[in-house]
Design a protein around this ligand. Structure first.
Ligand code: AMP
Ligand code: ZN
Length: 465
């Protein structure tokens, strides 16, 4: 079945053709581990996970790389600000290395909670300093660099194609830039290697904790070079697909493309896919705006991380999605209902080919998850589909949706004897119209983890979800 993906490079939907038949390499920009990943970040990783699952369902062998940015990312993404790990260390008193280790571990835990498949490689920038230095040397050898007081810079005016991803010319970028030049030749020039501040009498300037020797002096790599160097190492050049949030188009990904072209004379990746933001009150959710929520906040609000996953699937990745507790709460209820409905299904038989074809047609069309979900619900609520066909079809769809339905399909809830007894007592109370007692018993049942629902066929038990 044909796969179409929206390519930011060229700004249109294109038929996907792999570089090597049957294989696909995907690189996604990962978390900057100076804090716990927020649910906006996980919108980006859920998109990458859905992309991987789509390819696997189409029988591709996928190599997925999501990096971990543990050095080099500067506040504001441009090259004037503080480096994020060092900044957080100065703020908290913890070492930059400890901060990186702590939030990297949490990131892996959170990925599991959202049922995101582990990437095949999760390379850290600090483990790839040699590769980054080698790439900067190649860029230098090809004549694209110059050195100023605070580092080695990429001269964007030397690359005629610079701006191809965002569609902005150098002039437009310069016109819009609000950064001070600090000795740079062009506003869009960016740091490849930053020098550590020299030991200073100024007490406010703290010693850098993450620094390395290099041919240009002691310092640390710029943020963009890590992705050019690590994607080349693990996927080769060019590779198939690069993903990230839309904030990366104009600076980070433009600069990655420039570096790889300057060093290797090769386009880094054929397809560039970008997810829109998870928003709050119509604006970006971001750490620097201090309006973020994490998986811990979801759990405090009794929203299961998989319910958040369902919420994210409800919007196409290329549309902005507004986060509200009401909306995510509705997804939580919906997933509880789905889980409850599939528990009573029999063991899976053969999936319904026609429903699967419709579902794959939507998913293969640039990950149209809202339409695919509608087809999923159509099967779930189908009145006459043979029930073992239904469970097989829903499970096959869930290979892509990732709602962990394999844990619940054809697994009726086990009701402990103590709960059975309370349900029986409540039946007696109900038939004698003792509503007070009936309500008390319902509360008692709830404390044991079950919801007693009164239906036309008597009480029905649901798990508390
Ligand atoms: P960072 O930790 O800033 O390097 O970001 C990691 C990934 O999350 C990048 O692909 C960002 O573009 C993406 N991202 C950051 N904030 C949001 C958001 N509010 N919605 C969707 N993606 C985001
Ligand atoms: Zn990146």
């Amino acid at each position: 079945m044909a796969i179409h993906l929206f390519n930011t490079l060229g700004r249109k939907k294109q038929a996907f053709a792999p570089l090597i038949p049957g294989k696909v390499g995907i690189y996604s920009c990962g978390l900057t581990v100076y804090g716990r990943g927020h649910i906006g970040n996980f919108r980006a990783f859920l998109m990458a996970d859905t992309l991987r699952r789509m390819f696997e369902a189409n029988d591709y062998a996928v190599t997925q790389v999501i990096n971990i940015t543990d050095v080099g990312h500067l506040v504001g993404d441009l090259d004037g600000g503080a480096e994020k790990l060092q900044m957080m260390s100065e703020k908290t008193g913890e070492s930059a290395w400890d901060i990186a280790a702590k939030y990297t571990a949490l990131y892996f835990e959170d990925m599991k909670k959202f049922n995101i498949l582990m990437p095949h490689v999760s390379p850290k920038a600090t483990d790839h300093i040699a590769e980054q230095i080698a790439m900067i040397e190649a860029i230098e050898k090809n004549g694209y660099t110059y050195t100023i007081a605070d580092g080695v810079y990429f001269d964007t005016s030397k690359l005629s194609s610079y701006g191809q991803l965002s569609g902005q010319s150098l002039d437009e970028k310069e016109g819009g830039a609000r950064v001070s030049m600090r000795g740079k030749k062009n506003a869009s020039d960016f740091a490849l290697w930053k020098f550590s501040p020299s030991p200073s009498s100024d007490a406010a300037v703290q010693k850098r904790q993450m620094e390395w020797e290099s041919p240009w002096g002691v310092g640390f790599p710029g943020w963009h070079i890590e992705c050019s160097a690590m994607s080349e190492k693990y996927l080769g050049l060019p590779f198939d697909i690069h993903t990230g949030g839309i904030d990366h188009i104009a600076v980070h990904h433009e600069n990655e493309i420039a570096q790889t072209l300057a060093a290797r004379n090769c386009l880094e990746a054929n397809f560039w896919m970008h997810n829109e933001f998870l928003q709050i009150d119509g604006g970006k959710m971001s750490k620097s705006l201090n309006n973020t929520y994490t998986v811990a906040d979801l759990e405090t609000h009794k929203i299961h991380p998989l319910s958040f996953r369902l919420f994210i699937l409800g919007a196409h990745y290329r549309t902005p999605q507004n986060f509200t507790w009401d909306a995510v709460g509705a997804s939580h209820t919906a997933l509880g209902n789905i889980r409850n409905a599939v528990r009573d299904l029999p063991k899976p038989g053969e999936a319904d080919a026609e429903s699967m074809a419709q579902f794959m047609d939507r998913i293969n069309d640039d990950l149209d998850t809202p339409s695919a979900l509608a087809i999923f619900y159509g099967v779930l609520n189908h009145a006459s589909m043979e029930r073992s066909v239904k469970s097989a079809t829903l499970l096959a769809m869930d290979e892509i949706l990732g709602l962990a339905l394999e844990d619940v399909v054809a697994r009726p809830i086990m009701i402990p004897n103590a709960v059975e007894k309370l349900v029986a007592d409540r039946e007696v109370a109900r038939s004698s119209k003792d509503w007070k007692k009936s309500d008390e018993l319902r509360d008692e049942i709830a404390t044991l983890g079950f919801i007693a629902e009164d239906t036309a066929d008597g009480q029905k038990l649901k798990e508390v979800w």
